[in-house]
Design a protein around this ligand. Structure first.
Ligand code: PEP
Ligand code: MG
Length: 586
């Protein structure tokens, strides 16, 4: 048995068979072959290409119709393309390169010809993936897997890009997920929580230790991972699973009660969702609205862009199913670690690049399609539009001008639109938080995105395990930025919500209450715990805790103080908690 400890990323216990998903690039041996080996090298290449085509056909057959199938068809055609095969053979014959090197060189040259802009550039990632598959087959390693498993399994991966995670985790076949890499606020971890798939990230060498078919057990609340556990350990994990279920049932007894403190401070608990299918879970957990719908997931699992009708149908379905409760739909936040399947960013630093509102304003046609659908869907419920990562007043103004002109366009076409649709912004950069008073004058609400706000204020990549230990929501600098945001909102008379992962961690509930947040939006499953904390306390107590905590200087001291207080005060809520969830075990 091997035991690993990673970062707890989505609660719950899973026990099942390992299903490895290997997304590492193939290692490419490079050497010259003697002239007499040219023909046998070419035969090796032919065999690897044939094997790649067969693998792609087999995966294709298991997928049925749909977007993933189309991607596989495109890959198979590329692998089968004579220009690829002949080009590589030419390099073997003329330059005496070994087959792996010839394939990698040819793919690189072909990629360069495709350029770095537009549609053809997008084919580069596909070409790269096909080349990688052939090289994997040449060296006899298992190539990347895109197929869905047939039985229920636990995925073990070095890392799982967000787009692949969306396909696999939404298949209903995944009992749990363990990755070597990643952090709790990466989008893959967020997705696992949203889809209630127990998950441990940053588990070191899990993908090297666990083999396909091994039994693996993981506890997404503690970060514990056991490969090939004995019967005794399995019993322990099963007992933990049963205890968690009964705790959850007990917390759900408050489902229809308001999130109100004993001295009368009422706040609202909303849900973050990535798919319309999550709405029943929002309601089942007592969500009073949707505080963040991450619409970029409409773009991630596919090759073509979603049409206006597809946007419209997703939005109107959520609005209708929420039956008049408020629904905050965020316009697309692509870039950073959210890229369509098979795409890699060519920006030197994607987190500081063309993402979120910057990407949208650069592509007005994409924005127009989405906003037309949003405005049309507004008649189906209570819609609020939220713009991601606004860092400057100018961006807000420009987006509002575009929204207004799209509204006029619809009215001219005779398409009705809700009279007043609140437009709010996400505060995700330190600059925006510090300029909150000015931004607040020009929008209808704020929502603080702490996942990015912490990333940008503490200068740590949110998906990098090596710096995850610095990811501290209770850093004095972060608390002051939240305070500045709330103050800015209050002065202008608008509401301030929070929808980053911090909002759903009950450890922080009293601190956020005391800081004056009006709404907290989180994964649906987190709502009952946060509600229990709020209903069992008073605003006066929360303010006292905030004051005491902010008297410390170091984030470790603040965190320890708050965690101890919360564990003593609410033992039933924190029974299975380790350190605050946004940091790794230390
Ligand atoms: C955030 O940054 O806190 C947020 C909610 O947005 P996302 O996690 O989608 O970047
Ligand atoms: Mg964000």
């Amino acid at each position: 048995m091997a035991k690993l400890t990673g970062i707890p990323a989505a609660p719950g216990v899973a026990i099942g068979r390992v299903f490895p998903v290997d997304r590492r690039r193939a290692r490419v041996p490079r050497f010259h072959i003697p002239p007499e080996e040219v023909e046998s090298e070419i035969a090796r290449l032919d065999a690897a290409v044939k094997e790649s085509v067969e693998q792609l056909l087999q995966i294709r057959r298991s997928l049925g119709e749909g977007e993933q199938g189309a991607i596989l068809d495109a890959h198979r055609l590329m692998a089968d393309d004579p220009s690829l095969l002949e080009g590589a053979k030419g390099l073997i014959r003329e330059e005496l390169l070994n087959a792996e090197w010839a394939v990698r060189r040819l793919v690189r040259d072909m990629s360069e010809k495709l350029g770095s802009d537009g549609y053809l550039a997008e084919r580069r990632a596909d070409l790269d993936e096909v080349g990688d598959r052939i090289v994997h087959n040449l060296i006899g390693e298992k190539p990347m897997l895109v197929a869905l498993p047939e039985e229920e399994v636990v995925i073990v991966a070095f890392d799982l890009p967000t787009a692949e995670a969306a396909v696999l985790l939404s298949s209903g076949k995944i009992k749990g997920l363990v990755t070597d890499f990643g952090s709790k606020t990466s989008h893959t971890a967020i997705l696992a929580r949203a889809l209630e798939v127990p998950c441990v990230v940053g588990a070191g060498q899990a993908s090297e230790i666990a083999r396909a078919g091994d039994v693996i057990a993981l506890d997404g609340s503690t970060g514990e991972v056991l490969v090939s556990p004995d019967a005794e350990e399995i019993r322990r994990f099963e007992a933990a699973r049963a205890a968690a279920k009964s705790r959850e049932a007990e917390l759900l007894e408050d489902r229809d009660l308001p999130a109100q403190t004993r001295d009368g401070r009422r706040i609202f608990l909303f849900a973050n969702i990535e798919f319309p299918e999550e709405v029943p879970s929002v309601i089942a957990h007592g969500g009073e609205g949707v505080g963040l719908y991450r619409t970029e997931f409409l773009y991630l699992n596919r090759e073509e862009l979603p049409t206006e009708e597809e946007h419209y149908s997703a939005y109107s379905s959520i609005l209708e199913r929420m039956q008049g409760r408020p629904v905050t739909i965020r316009t697309l936040d692509l870039g950073g670690d959210k890229l369509p399947i098979g795409h890699r960013s060519h920006e030197p630093n994607p987190a500081l690049g063309l993402r979120a509102i910057r990407f949208t304003l650069r592509h007005p046609q994409l924005f127009r399609t989405q906003v037309r659908a949003l405005l049309r869907a507004s008649l189906h419920g209570t819609l609020q539009i939220m713009l991601p990562m606004i860092a400057a007043v100018g961006e807000l103004r420009e987006a509002k001008v575009q929204i207004e002109s799209i509204r006029q366009e619809l009215l001219r076409e005779g398409k009705p639109v809700q009279e007043k649709i609140p437009i709010g912004i996400m505060l995700e950069t330190p600059a925006a938080a510090l300029a909150a008073d000015r931004l607040a004058r020009e929008c209808d609400f704020f929502s603080i995105g702490t996942n990015d706000l912490i990333q940008y204020s503490l200068a740590i990549d949110r998906s990098n395990r090596d710096v995850a230990y610095l990811y501290k929501p209770l850093h004095l600098g972060v608390l002051r930025l939240i305070q500045a945001s709330v103050d800015g909102a209050k002065d202008a008379g608008i509401e301030c919500a929070m929808c980053g992962e911090m909002a759903g961690d009950p450890v922080y509930a009293l601190i956020l209450l005391a800081l004056g947040l009006d709404n907290l939006s989180m994964n649906p499953a987190d709502i009952p715990k946060v509600k229990r904390v709020i209903r069992s306390t008073s605003l006066a107590d929360a303010k006292k805790l905030l004051e005491e905590a902010m008297a410390f200087s170091s984030h470790d001291e603040i965190e320890r103080y708050v965690l101890n207080h919360m564990q003593e005060r609410f033992p039933e809520v924190f029974e299975d908690a380790g350190m605050p969830a946004s940091g790794p075990p230390v």
